[in-house]
Structures are given as C-alpha cells and as structure tokens.
Design a protein around this ligand. Structure first.
Ligand code: 8YV
Length: 321
C-alpha cells in the first residue's frame, strides 16, 4: 500500500488495543460503541483497507458483496466466525482471521462457572439473598447436586472442550467426549471417546457444548437428543445459542427431565427466548465467556497481529479464509 492502511474498528475495544490500532493504522475508531451493521457498516468501510469486526456485526453475503473493493481483510475479534459469510469472503478474495487460543481458558472457566452455578442453584440463592427472601439457613434449603462423581459429556473436543475437560477432572468428573476425530492419547488423557455423539448423551450427567455454529449444527440439541440425556441432567452452553432448540430445552427443564441449565450464549442475542427468564433452574449469563481484561486485551492484540502480518505481506497466523 502507498498509504498507511486504513482500518475500520467496528466497536470500542480495550484502551491498549485502540491505542495500538491508532498508532499503527489510519484507524477509524467507533467513538460511542454503537452497533454497526448492514448499510451503516458498508458506508463506514468506504476507503478502508481492513476491518476489525466483532460477532455483533453480521457480515452476511449481501454486506460482504457491498463492501468497497479496498477492503482486503476482515479480522474478527472472536474465535467464532459464524457471523461472517466465509464463502462470500472467499469469492471476493477477502482474507478472514480470528482469535483462537487466547480465549480458551477464560471460556472454559465460564463453562465450569455455569456447571457449578446450575448444579448448585447459584441464581436461586443469589436472588433469595438479594430480595431479602432468605428465611435463614435450613438443612434442606436449595439442595443441588455434586459435579464430583458425575459424567461430563463434552460435544466438540477442540481447544475449549479440552480445557473444560482439564478443569472438570479436577472436580472429580469422568470425562466423555464426542468429536469428529478421536484425539491422540496425550490429548485424550483417559477421556472416553464416543464416535456417535447421540450415543454419548445417555451417559452425560452434565452436557457441555463446544462446537462451532454452522448450518449443520443449528439446533443440534433438540427434543430428541434432550430425551436421550439421563433424567436430572445439567446442560451448559458457552458456544453459540444456535446450538440449542430453545423451546425443547425450556420444556425439558419445566418437566424436570433436565434438572438445571447454565447458558452464556443465546440465539438472537440479546433477545433471548423469554421462557428462559421464567425458569428458576437456569443460570443465565450475558455472553461473558471471554470477558476478562487479560483475554480481551489478548484478543485485540491477536487481531492486530493478524492485520500487521497481512499488511506487511506475510501470512496472517490465524487465517481462516
Ligand atoms: C466474545 C466469542 O465474547 O470469540 C467468540 O467467538 O463469542 C466471544 O469471545 C465475542 O465474540 C467478542 O467479540
């Protein structure tokens, strides 16, 4: 490029990330963190050479086709790329990068937080304390279930799934997993592999979802699969809300077949299915899997590392397309 690359940054990012973007790029920063989608995003991208975007912006086939020719790279501030039409990006010769690894531990921590929160009825307890409705300790109040001694079924044993397994082992859980391929022994670490995810469900006292959102995995956890879980199972999701058929999961909690759920992600965030809010046995978080200062800084730096490599003519380390 004959000029300093022009970088559109769609959302407010941690200060250190914005400072580095402004230092190294002709950066168009978002001053007020307004959500930028569709036509607004396209017009903001005028003259941009690259876009640092977030999953809150849907880069659909229409948006990608409408982007100016100057845009040659989309660096997303996420590991997930389901908000980007990768085929359309490929067709237009636009490079796409993501931010794996740096959010693995933070997200795995939240999966355990959800398991504990759901199994130990943390929301109900917190509500009781905050609303002044705590009648005092009693021996049968808010009894939950142990994680220890339970079988954890992990669907999708990638980086995050494996980090969840490591933590769950420390809680004394037996690890079962399903994945497209079986892991080598040094990664499997004694976890029990199920080539057929459906067959694993009957063994999953706790079920945790860790696969990417694709058309094939949409509503994967449906009524039929929920019915395979043992009665009293706990279900948690830190992946994408689209993995779950909301009506089916809500009905299973109401019926008591699923004892408790912990969700950090929802279909159509932030407009989650209203049925969730009415469930006592639901521990609900606002998509904060990667929300630590350390991780969000690292995600921003990783996105910039990829942009730096691209504009220096090198291969971006986390290239998806
Ligand atoms: C973020 C995520 O909260 O990386 C992902 O795919 O869902 C989370 O890390 C969010 O997407 C940040 O942009």
């Amino acid at each position: 490029l004959a000029h300093r690359p022009i970088l559109l940054v769609t959302r407010r990012l941690p200060d250190a990330v914005e400072e580095r973007a402004a230092r190294d790029y002709d950066a168009k920063l978002n001053p007020d963190d307004s959500s930028r989608s569709g036509d607004a995003l396209v017009s903001l991208a005028t003259d941009a050479d690259g876009i640092l975007c977030c999953p809150a912006e849907k880069l659909t086939v229409d948006v990608i086709r409408a982007l100016p020719d100057s845009v040659r790279i989309l660096a997303t501030f996420s590991v997930g790329t389901d908000h980007i039409d990768l085929t359309a990006a490929r067709e237009r010769g636009i490079v796409v990068t993501n931010t794996p690894d740096v959010l693995t531990d933070a997200t795995a921590d939240v999966a355990l937080l959800l398991m504990l929160g759901a199994a130990r009825r943390a929301s109900e307890g917190e509500r009781m304390v905050r609303t002044g409705g705590w009648p005092g300790w009693n021996p049968t109040q808010l009894l939950g279930t142990h994680l220890g001694g339970k079988r954890l079924g992990i669907v999708g044993m990638g980086r995050i799934g494996q980090a969840v397994a490591a933590r769950a082992r420390a809680f004394g859980m037996a690890i079962h997993y399903s994945n497209r391929r079986r892991l080598p022994p040094d990664q499997e670490l004694g976890a029990i592999y199920h080539a057929d995810a459906d067959a694993m469900l009957a063994e999953a006292d706790v079920l945790s979802l860790h696969f990417p959102a694709t058309p094939e995995t949409r509503h994967w956890l449906n009524a039929e699969r929920i019915a395979r879980l043992p009665k009293g199972a706990v279900v948690v999701n830190t992946a994408r809300g689209t993995a779950v058929e909301d009506e089916a999961l809500i009905a299973a909690v109401k019926a008591g077949h699923v004892a408790a759920i912990g969700l950090d992600v929802f279909e159509n965030e932030p407009n989650l299915h209203s049925g969730y809010r009415a469930l006592d046995r639901a521990f609900l978080l606002p998509h904060l899997g990667s929300a630590t200062v350390e991780t969000r800084n690292a995600m921003g730096f990783k996105a910039l590392d990829n942009l730096d490599a691209f504009f220096a003519g090198r291969e971006p380390p986390d290239r998806v397309v």
